[in-house]
Design a protein around this ligand. Structure first.
Ligand SMILES: C[S@@+](CC[C@H](N)C(=O)[O-])C[C@H]1O[C@@H](n2cnc3c(N)ncnc32)[C@H](O)[C@@H]1O
Length: 296
């Protein structure tokens, strides 16, 4: 198993996602002899997981069943151990697209945090790209590096434990794209420019407050970045529900000729499915500020 390549069978050391139902999943590290407790009973790794196909329906000891899924960056974002605030798929999808990431891209990121965005970047830039990720909190940097190795993407990423605002990304003139998710991104903008290729590239900064955005935009303009724009991505999930609609009675435009030509009764109705947008929406996460470094 790797987060950037699909494997058919579950092996010892793999990460698997146990799907217990909608909005109920958990990650497990598969180990010979280990057991995982679920509300449907115990899953025995040696018998129930190792050697089975990803996607298998596994019956637990109390008779209930779960699906065992291959990990993906999307599932990891929903299941990872939170060490920090993380980015979610709605923002990540936009970031990946607007930074123009593709296989082979070289990306610099700070901070690494819980590695939610990092896993999505790694899947996109594999198999020939590289991610340089900078995190100044030592335990977070070490834990992220350990997870990248466990998820078999360690060869695609270099984790540096340093302050990006003071020491930069540790590489110069190599990046196609830079991503910042730190409290004072304006202090890292000069380093972002220096780490990018001479032929230019794209930068993105995520900030929850508009005052942070204002300072970052000024710093980007001062450093010669162009096409600066800020957006906020809001997810609107529609609920499916059944409704009863009255059938309109348009009357008859011709006189009734036979007794069977009956008009639509005035109380006729039809049952149909429809969707409604939420009355309350999940609130603001943050602003995404994008800019382009032009070729020099
Ligand atoms: C909100 S978290 C990043 C979450 C990450 N984008 C994710 O999706 O999991 C911000 C991280 O930046 C780190 N950080 C803050 N300032 C930093 C700096 N100057 N240099 C390096 N890391 C920094 C923090 O320790 C924290 O782990």
């Amino acid at each position: 198993m790797s987060f950037v390549e699909y494997s058919e069978f579950i092996q010892e050391g793999d990460v698997a996602i146990i799907f217990l139902g909608h909005d109920s999943m958990m990650p497990v590290k598969v180990q010979q002899g280990a057991q995982t407790q679920t509300r449907y009973g115990v899953i025995r790794h040696s018998k129930d997981l190792i050697g089975q196909r990803f996607g298998t329906k596994v019956t637990c000891s109390k008779g209930g069943w779960v699906y065992v899924l291959h990990p993906t960056p999307e599932l990891w974002t929903l299941n990872l151990p939170h060490r920090t605030q993380i980015l979610y798929t709605t923002d990540i999808a936009n970031i990946t697209m607007m930074l123009e990431l593709k296989p082979g891209s070289v990306v610099c990121e700070s901070g690494t945090g819980s590695g939610s965005l990092s896993h999505a970047i790694l899947r996109t830039i594999a198999p020939t790209g590289h991610l340089h990720t900078v995190e100044f909190h030592q335990q977070r940097a070490e834990k992220a590096a350990e997870e990248f190795r466990e998820h078999r993407v360690g060869h695609l990423v270099t984790v540096r434990n340093q302050d990006v605002c003071k020491e930069g990304f540790g590489v110069t003139g190599v990046a196609d794209a830079v991503f910042l998710d730190i409290p004072s991104p304006w202090e890292a903008v000069k380093h972002a420019r220096n780490t990018m290729k001479r032929q230019g590239g794209r930068v993105c900064s995520f900030s929850p407050c508009i005052e942070q955005v204002q300072k970052t935009v000024e710093a980007l303009a001062d450093e010669g970045f162009q096409e600066i724009s800020t957006l906020e991505v809001l997810l609107r999930v529609h609920d499916v529900r059944s409704i009863t609609l009255p059938l309109p009675d348009f009357g008859s435009d011709q006189p009734l000729e036979t007794p069977t030509d009956t008009p639509v009764p005035s109380n006729a109705s039809v049952l149909c499915k429809t969707t409604t947008p939420p009355r309350d929406m999940a609130g603001h996460t943050g602003y995404l500020t994008f800019a382009t470094k032009p070729s020099v």
